[in-house]
Design a protein around this ligand. Structure first.
Ligand SMILES: NC(=O)c1ccc[n+]([C@@H]2O[C@H](COP(=O)([O-])OP(=O)(O)OC[C@H]3O[C@@H](n4cnc5c(N)ncnc54)[C@H](O)[C@@H]3O)[C@@H](O)[C@H]2O)c1
Length: 276
């Protein structure tokens, strides 16, 4: 049920590949709530994915860009400003990729070449993006930037390997740029830590079903879906959250605050209390 909370807002959305993408659901929701935006992804994902379908249904322009390339970012943002007729109000960074995860390489034997790429694509790209937005004076006052993250930045999760490093760095960039953005530009930036979600990136994790099922059994409210994440993001892009910045906000059904849930406890092997 749309409330038009983004009426008149203009934005830029990274990371929609197909209907399973978190960014896809966020774009749909932003459109329902009255926003207009440019959609972007790397050229190979645009060729292989379904971005043109989303562009059609949301009446959006697609501008391809490789997020790790500062020249591409500069061109993308310049074209976005021209298309939008001025500064923008929200930016979504929903980008992540690890070849170490794709190749199912255990943590103790990851490739450092791939680690460098993981950090560049999944975290340093946020720094490059924000730096370019600032240098082109692309953001309106109280604009809102969101980066998608995962709780493995704080606690270890078997199988998440070098993406854990990327998410820790991403959240750190969010905090550190938050000071500058707030002081100088009156702009907010937050990371949203989402439940395991069956998308291309999510399902690329070899033991993704462990992540998903464990979180479902640990979370009092159950796993948050991509569509529910979209509702949350719409609020975070809206004027209702103008003073929320530099946070990692957990959108995870309560998972991050639970140590041991009843559902998990019931699955544990029973032991004779006296033997412990
Ligand atoms: N799926 C989950 O379980 C989950 C949970 C928490 C956080 N996240 C995060 O949400 C974000 C979106 O992931 P998703 O689950 O929607 O998967 P997804 O695969 O649909 O989205 C990842 C996007 O990153 C884009 N991308 C990769 N490399 C790029 C590059 N070099 N330049 C530009 N774009 C590039 C891909 O094309 C894709 O659109 C990621 O940051 C991911 O880590 C996902």
């Amino acid at each position: 049920m749309a409330k038009n909370i983004l009426n008149g807002k203009k934005g830029l959305i990274f990371g929609a590949l197909n209907e399973e993408s978190i960014a896809w659901q966020i774009a749909k929701k932003c459109h329902e709530e009255g926003a207009t935006f440019v959609l972007t992804n790397k050229p190979s994902s645009i060729r292989l994915g379904k971005l043109s379908e989303l562009a059609e249904t949301t009446n959006s322009k697609i501008i391809p860009a490789e997020i790790t390339e500062p020249d591409d970012l500069r061109r993308l943002i310049t074209e976005t400003l021209n298309h939008s007729g001025g500064r923008i109000d929200f930016v979504l960074h929903s980008v992540g990729m690890s070849r170490n995860i794709r190749k199912n390489t255990p943590y103790d034997s990851i490739s450092y070449e791939y680690l460098t790429e993981t950090l560049d694509v999944s975290a340093i790209s946020l720094h490059k993006l924000v730096q370019t937005l600032i240098s082109l004076d692309a953001l309106n006052e109280y604009a809102s930037i969101i980066a998608m993250t995962y709780v493995a930045s704080q606690r270890t999760f078997h199988g998440y390997t070098d993406m854990a490093e990327a998410k820790a760095l991403l959240e750190s960039i969010t905090r550190n740029f938050g000071v500058y953005l707030g002081d100088h530009k009156k702009v907010r930036i937050n990371a949203i830590s989402q439940s395991p979600t069956p998308s291309a990136a999510g399902s690329g994790i070899n033991n993704f079903s462990d992540f998903y099922t464990y979180a479902e059994l640990m979370s009092p409210l159950g796993n948050a879906t991509a569509a529910e994440c979209a509702d949350f993001c719409a609020m975070m892009f809206s004027d209702y959250t103008r003073k929320v910045t530099m946070q990692t906000l957990y959108h995870d059904g309560g998972f991050s605050s639970v140590g041991l849930s009843e559902h998990i406890a019931k699955l544990l092997p029973r032991q004779d209390e006296t033997s412990i």
